[in-house]
Design a protein around this ligand. Structure first.
Ligand code: HEC
Length: 125
């Protein structure tokens, strides 16, 4: 790799790091806004997540779902291991973010991550 290429790599990598750090800081302020039960009732059982996954939601609804998924990840699961909870909710947050960012794969990611049974079998009391 030439010096110039190497520098480009480094610059790009730093930009990504800074971006993800600031995104994380934005997610980390304050207490969780929605309890797991509320997220389940409004987003998962309710139409919100389906609507967003199908690509029929407004920007506002997408943002609301994303906020809820971030809150879900911050909640403590009533049952099961913290590691597993983190893995499952991180996938949801990533998918929610992809949708908000207009990623074409967002809906499919969301459908895959919102696997009711996979999470309930481990974390629903
Ligand atoms: C990332 C994990 C996770 C996923 C994915 C998930 N759930 Fe849940 N769900 C939970 C947990 C944890 C509870 C128990 C909450 C409690 O009792 O505090 C729950 C509870 C519920 C409840 C009961 C809420 C209440 O009032 O007690 C419903 C209904 C529900 N989920 C529906 C769904 C549906 C439908 C899906 C799929 C589309 C889904 N959930 C996906 C974790 C998940």
């Amino acid at each position: 790799m030439s010096k110039k290429q190497w520098f480009c790599c480094l610059a790009c990598f730093s930009a990504v790091t800074i971006f993800s750090l600031s995104a994380r800081a934005a997610e980390d302020d304050g207490a969780p806004k929605y309890s797991t039960k509320v997220v389940m009732k409004t987003a998962f059982k309710g139409p919100l997540i389906k609507k967003v996954a199908a690509g029929d939601a407004s920007d506002e609804e997408k943002k609301k779902l994303y906020d809820m998924l971030v809150a879900l990840g911050k909640n403590k699961p009533p049952k099961g291991e913290a590691d597993s909870w983190k893995k499952l909710t991180t996938a949801l947050v990533k998918a929610g973010k992809a949708v908000v960012d207009g990623d074409a794969e967002g809906g499919a990611m969301l459908k895959k991550a919102a696997n009711c049974k996979a999470c309930h079998s481990k974390h629903k009391p």
